[in-house]
Design a protein around this ligand. Sequence first.
Ligand code: FPP
Length: 243
Amino acid sequence: MKELLEHINLKNLPKHLAIIMDGNGRWAKQKGMMRVIGHENGTQSVKIVVENCARLGISHLTLYAFSTENWGRPTGEVSFLMSLFERLLQKELKEMEEEEVCINFIGDLTPLPPSLQQEMHRSMERTKHNQGVFFNVAINYGSRHEMINACKAIAQKVQQGELSADSINDQTISQHLYTSASPDPDLLIRTSGEMRLSNFMLWQLAYTEIYVTETFWPDFDKNQLDRAIVSFQQRDRRFGKVK
Ligand code: FPP
């Protein structure tokens, strides 16, 4: 904690931190282990990030856990991930309640295993009044799918006369996305050195600062988070304007 406070300006924290957790498979491969062991170990980093957001006062956190494209992975890996999510929710719910974390799942939850959906709804219900970190977990999430849904919902409102086409603006779109309860991310971290967005929050990331680290997700720890935040604090954010 002391180490963090020495480097980080607590007055200039990202309000919303988003993370593309990548490199679980390569982390495991490097150690001669099965890919799924990488996912299992990645849960430690999830815990570290949530705890440190709470400690620092970062109010919104979004983690990309499973994309709409991830269904294309081997069946064994997909079912491992589904049961890992479920196990994790059962195991961590109590702690999330104690830490005042409010968990919110974003994505199309309907194709997920019914027992997982049940755990998701239970954890959202049980933590909905919590005032600490607002924790979005993107599962079966795809940004293009999210935007298509938003367009359909807006079009329907126009058709029913609830909204005029002329009045549609940035806010209208943001309010119809899964992330409507969170501000746009200030900082996006992607682990494992890949430099792409992979269909993640394409609308929301318009002016987000991007930080890419070579570190594989299961090795991402408090110091890594510290470094990413310090890097963010050194950026000159102009939002397209001139200072
Ligand atoms: C990407 O690594 C990681 C995933 C697709 C799964 C991430 C899931 C967890 C860390 C488990 C729990 C998380 C939450 C928030 C419930 P990869 O498999 O694409 O790695 P590779 O690029 O090295 O193959």
